[in-house]
Write a protein that binds this ligand. Structure first.
Ligand SMILES: [Zn+2]
Length: 525
């Protein structure tokens, strides 16, 4: 009994240290009072006050009615009745063009996101140092960290060539990887599905990951095949896990899904495979966007990989060879079937008069079969059709979403798919409030602190003293996604405030114009 009492006393004193150990400053730049604070950890929410000085949180403690009298703040937000949580961190997107053109990255700010991480699926801006410098020079609305793409590195050394790398070329690639890591890359992403990553053997990737791992980076991968082609979904996941194991680095499976009708209902197999590696002590995570359609270029989606060898120009040359064309056309129907068929495949942009219609509608307009319509669209040098293809099913999506090692992501590039403007609002409205697939606690954790921990983003993703003041304030029942496949550019609504490094970036669904985002560079160990 005595022991129990002393343990209880110890715990109480710890709690006192947590809640009262923080001194409220006499002045602050920003006070957020009385909100229901989810701090980004597994802990239950607490009604608390937050004080911000400069770009840092200096105080988080249980709410006190008289706080406004004890701390003179330049600005006070009464968050009573609102959720106050860390700004969402999107661990996977393709925002390089957006960040360089529309520097505000407004569609992300408007759905509560304060940090984005591009450089995914094997493709990044090279060299990363120049990309970061450009972002800093122009100013950015959200924080930006970035990965380096394996395909990008491979292109630097050997172009689009469809062959294995020589040992000398691997050495050259390692050198570039080291430089990218020194310049602040979070790690290496692979897109083994895409050209030229698809031409690399596993050992090449292992060698590069070992080099990256020595510098404390992380491996994230768009696996070789998320569909039935080539080695298939489950074997592709296994390849990624084996690469991580051989290189001794943590593995993140990018936009986890079961792609195509033949791979549907395999979520259980994928989950148990991943868990078997986790049980061996490996750190394995995944990220996921909450949509049943993917966004992808038409050539990557609807032609066999061999016909894209050498890039778009080489593909168009093959279309001119009657024998090769016949072979390509013979293989397309199966790919079309896996991607849901011409009736559901939606051409979202870059196809001139055939944009914003289904492939079946475009084919009817051309008075051609869907297969011939694909060849015609891809042969046209003025077009680069981008598609939304309905490749997933809800059962797999839900199973993945419930895994404790799966994080929220957008996989977004603005204007081509609703995910770049709707993901976090969709998760809140559809998956937390309506379908209750995720609890609000779990949604916030997988969108904030868990991402920061996985990617080693220091002092981000948590509402704690000393952390950067990236904060999102909303009422779940007020959040509405508006982006759709027909108009993927519509911003979400229902966010009272989004704060980036202490500056208010969104106020009642209006972007304030601030560019307070920072470049987050990985520090080499
Ligand atoms: Zn990808």
């Amino acid at each position: 009994m005595k022991k129990f009492v002393s343990v209880a006393a110890f715990l109480t004193s710890l709690l006192l240290v947590f809640s009262c150990g923080q001194r409220l400053p006499k002045t602050a730049d920003l006070l957020i009072t009385g909100g229901t604070v989810y701090d980004g950890s597994e802990k239950s929410p607490v009604k608390a006050d937050i004080a911000v000085v400069g770009n840092k949180i200096v105080y988080v403690a249980p709410a006190k009615a008289d706080i406004v009298n004890r701390c003179a703040a330049k600005r006070t937000i009464n968050a009573e009745g609102y959720v106050v949580c860390p700004g969402f961190i999107d661990p996977h997107d393709h925002l390089e063009p957006t960040l360089l053109k529309d520097r505000a990255n407004e569609s992300y700010l408007r759905m509560g996101v304060t940090t984005v991480i591009p450089g995914m699926c094997g493709g990044s801006r090279y060299p990363i140092g120049d990309f970061f410098a450009k972002l800093e020079e122009q100013g950015i609305g959200t924080n930006v960290a970035s990965f380096t793409g394996h395909n990008t590195i491979r292109e630097q050394v050997m172009g689009d060539e469809a062959r294995y790398a020589t040992p000398e070329e691997v050495e050259k690639m390692k050198e570039l990887v080291r430089q990218e890591m020194r310049d602040g890359s979070l790690g290496l992403s692979t897109g083994l599905f895409y050209v030229p990553g698809c031409f690399s053997e596993t050992s090449e990737v292992v060698e590069l990951m070992k080099e990256m791992g020595k510098m404390g980076g992380m491996y994230t991968t768009h696996v070789r095949n998320e569909n039935k082609f080539n080695i298939g979904l489950v074997n592709s996941i296994r390849e990624a896990l084996e690469i991580g194991k051989a290189a001794g680095v943590p593995v993140n499976i990018s936009h986890i899904k079961c792609l195509g009708r033949s791979e549907w209902y395999k979520a259980d197999s994928v989950i148990s495979l991943i868990e078997s590696y986790q049980q061996q002590g490996m750190k394995v995570t995944a990220d996921q966007y909450p949509y049943l359609a993917s966004g992808i270029g038409m050539a990557s989606a609807l032609t066999p990989a061999w016909c894209r060898d050498g890039g778009t120009k080489a593909m168009r040359e093959r279309f001119k060879d009657p024998e090769l064309l016949a072979r390509i056309k013979a293989e397309i129907p199966d790919i079309l079937y896996e991607r849901g068929g011409a009736e559901t495949i939606y051409i979202s942009k870059n196809a001139g008069e055939y944009s914003q219609m289904t492939l079946a509608e475009a084919a009817a307009k051309m008075k051609k079969s869907p297969v011939d319509a694909i060849i015609e669209l891809l042969s046209d040098k003025t077009k680069s059709p981008y598609l939304n293809t309905f490749i997933a099913n809800e059962e797999d999506l839900t199973k993945y979403m419930k895994q404790p090692w799966v994080m929220s992501c957008t996989d977004g590039s603005f204007g081509s798919h609703p995910r770049a403007a709707g993901t976090y609002a969709e998760l809140i409205k559809q998956f937390v409030v309506e379908k209750r697939v995720l609890t609000l606690d779990r949604f916030i954790r997988r969108s904030t602190g868990q991402v920061a921990e996985t990617y080693g983003l220091k002092n981000r993703g948590f509402l704690r003293k000393g952390c950067f003041a990236d904060i999102t304030i909303f009422k779940p029942e007020e959040v509405v996604p508006h982006a759709s496949y027909a108009d993927p550019t519509l911003f979400a609504t229902g966010f009272k405030n989004v704060i980036v490094n202490g500056e208010i970036a969104v106020e009642n669904d209006v972007y304030t114009g601030t560019l307070s985002g920072m470049v987050l560079r990985h520090e080499v160990k």
